[in-house]
Ligand binder design. Sequence first.
Ligand code: OSB
Ligand code: MG
Length: 368
Amino acid sequence: MKIERIELRLIQMPLLSPFETSFGRTTLRRIVLVRVDVEGRTGWGEVTAGESPFYSYETPETAWHILRDFLIPWTLKKSWNDPSDLAPAFRPIRGHYMAKAALENALWDIAAQEKNLPLAKLVGGTVEEIPCGVSIGIKPSIPELLETVAREVAAGYQRIKVKVKPGWDVNVLDAIRARFPRILLMADANSAYSLADITHLKEFDRFNLMMVEQPLGWDDLLDHARLQKQITTPVCLDESIHTADDARKAIEMGACKIINIKLGRVGGFTGARAVHEVCRARHVPVWCGGMLESGIGRAHNIAMSALPGFTLPGDVSASKRYWSEDIIEPEVTVSAHGTIRVPLAAGLGYSPKLAQIDKLTVRKESFE
Ligand code: OSB
Ligand code: MG
């Protein structure tokens, strides 16, 4: 494919309610969108970086810089046969996976349109609907959290994940289990603990959690392996896994029993498929993580979740949990039994709403 034009846009979208994790609170999303035009077709990708460098070092501004000054000029210089050729070409740039993913994923959208296939099919998806969970942030009080859990369980979501941190963990899990003894429940610490907290972390074992996500350092494997030996709750890694090699090493070391795959964190569909393969070969279940995406990133997440190794409910949920109005149509909806139907139309399967995107755009730049 010969790329004619690439456009970067920074959009701002207020969340319907603030989302708080152990590393901070988000109220307004600042999202970089990548639009690619090839022979009359348009593909879209989303940079999933947070506003501040707390989940990872990437932000919308670092991604804009890496895209504008490196990835886009490199991409425009050549003609590409397949979107999977981008990842090896981008390898000299260390890290910056979310910047790479946004551009690569836009090309996957175009490739799916060219081949007249749903994106999920093109990347190897095999299922018709995906199981959905929700990620619930830290709330001002336990009663408010319990009300939120009750609402999401009533909506049909198959699994509840709650964010934890020191001071908002065992007390919170106790209260949830008292009211909801049987729901599928897990906790995500976003690196809020260290091995010094081992006695405290062992208390998590009494809540029958599906897993505890990224309890220790954001770049650690070894301490997670030490922790996993001493607790019965499966450890799931999120922040620590960027490549198929990271996944292989983590599994070989016993650092985790489950992996959360985020398209942005692993550099796009090529990286995600490689991590998925490593996990599948070793019978390690994976699920799709979320980064409070707009409809565009959400649509990519749905396509990835159709791969056969995604056997656990992911953090992919309905547009209306985040936005008063999403930037795609139709919006992402979830059935009463907590599933999303994988779209059958060619490409993303959702149409970007150009007027709405224009309204939210605060900066744009194009490259030919
Ligand atoms: O660790 O999974 C995470 C949101 C922002 C940054 C990191 C994480 C999250 C979530 C939200 O848990 C998932 C979502 O609803 O998109
Ligand atoms: Mg996480």
